[in-house]
Ligand binder design. Structure first.
Ligand code: NAP
Length: 331
């Protein structure tokens, strides 16, 4: 039998295990033009929370009673499609199923000899693309400037900080444990760090960590942390609004600062970022990330949970900081 994970309820607040449902169905059989895939690594991502709401967004909401979809690296078990052979590995947006059928459209072949399979969901996948393109396209970083990154010890944030370091910026990372902020300096080359959970006055802490003010802010979290950054921005600052995890589970629209006066006073730019708007730039971004990786200028960390049954809990744990770097589930 083949296990599948369905969206059972639209979560209210923090998602719960009961919002997901495991079902078993007979193993699939393929027809001409199709391939049979076995999931190897499943990506769990904060943005999936948005797709669990029934609201209009940049991407369709998940249907109740239907499988959840996320980035998955899978092995081709059987092929009746001339583009794939048994033993190929592919990456793409696939269903939370142990095995599934695909017609091969929108799947990318990945090479386990060039990088570990899980890296194609992280630094060489959507995570790396988000970090690189968000920072370079909207952040427009310049050598000598100051970059602040929230969610800095997570998948995207840890790469953003390293790219800032490579490009010669003063890089400040904000994360939620002492262990995480220590890792930002020791492993990822951040210059200064702030643990937002133990810091009483974030505005003052950011000012201290950024003696020349903030030129680029890469925002993964929104909320109070981002409000504190606003008090420290420089003239012509650029703010990349990549994520807002601190409000994804909010039951009511949060009250936050009125940003207009900060933007006007500083001729500053605040721009929302969606990775899918930059598809034509993916090949160049991946080439650059792979080059830095092979040169040892970039590194990454992963939190790997094991077992198909662990997928929902791994997803839920993103909202309490249960990951360092990219959270993936190995099947
Ligand atoms: N716009 C796009 O195209 C795009 C693409 C990919 C990702 N994203 C967004 O980018 C952000 C980062 O994604 P990711 O995949 O790299 O996830 P991630 O940062 O690896 O995982 C989430 C992390 O967020 C932190 N967090 C959780 N609740 C928080 C809160 N209330 N306040 C502050 N921090 C909190 C936790 O770290 P701590 O222990 O430090 O709290 C947790 O480890 C997310 O908001 C995601 O939605 C956007």
């Amino acid at each position: 039998m083949n296990k599948t994970i369905l969206l059972n309820n639209r979560p209210v607040g923090l998602p719960k295990l009961s919002d997901f449902k495991f079902v078993s169905e007979p193993l699939p059989h393929i027809s001409s033009g199709e391939i049979l895939l076995k999931s190897k690594y499943v990506s769990v991502d904060p943005y999936l929370r948005g797709r669990m709401r029934d609201v209009k967004s940049y991407i369709q909401p998940f249907d109740l009673g239907k499988p959840i979809v996320s980035g998955i690296v899978a092995e081709v078990l059987e092929s009746k499609n001339t583009n794939f052979v048994k033993g190929d590995f592919v990456s793409g947006m696939l269903e939370w199923k142990e095995q599934q059928i695909s017609n091969g459209e929108d799947l990318t072949k990945v090479d386990p000899k060039k990088a570990p399979l899980s890296a194609y969901l992280g630094i060489l996948g959507m995570t790396g693309l988000t970090a690189y393109l968000g920072l370079t396209e909207i952040g427009a970083p310049k050598k000598g400037e100051t970059l602040v990154v929230s969610g800095a010890a997570g998948a995207v944030g840890s790469i953003v900080g390293q790219i800032g370091h490579i490009l010669g910026l003063h890089v400040v990372g904000i994360a939620g444990t002492d262990e995480k902020v220590a890792m930002l300096k020791s492993k990822f080359g951040f210059d200064e760090t702030i643990n937002y959970k133990t810091t009483k006055n974030m505005t003052e802490a950011i000012a201290a960590a950024c003696p020349n003010g903030v030129d680029v802010y890469f925002d993964n979290v929104g909320g109070d942390i981002s409000d504190a950054v606003l008090f420290n921005i420089n003239k012509f600052a650029r703010m990349v609004i990549c994520g807002a995890i601190s409000v994804y589970n909010a039951l009511a629209m949060p009250k936050s600062l009125s940003v207009q006066t900060f933007l006007i006073r500083n001729s500053a730019l605040m721009q929302g970022f969606i990775i899918f708007d930059y598809k034509e730039k993916y090949p160049e971004a991946i080439r650059q990330l792979a080059q830095w990786l092979s040169e040892g200028k970039l590194t990454y960390t992963e939190t790997i949970r094991e077992g198909f049954e662990e997928i929902p809990q791994a997803f839920i744990d993103l909202f309490s900081g249960g990951n360092k770097g990219k959270m993936v589930v190995k099947i």
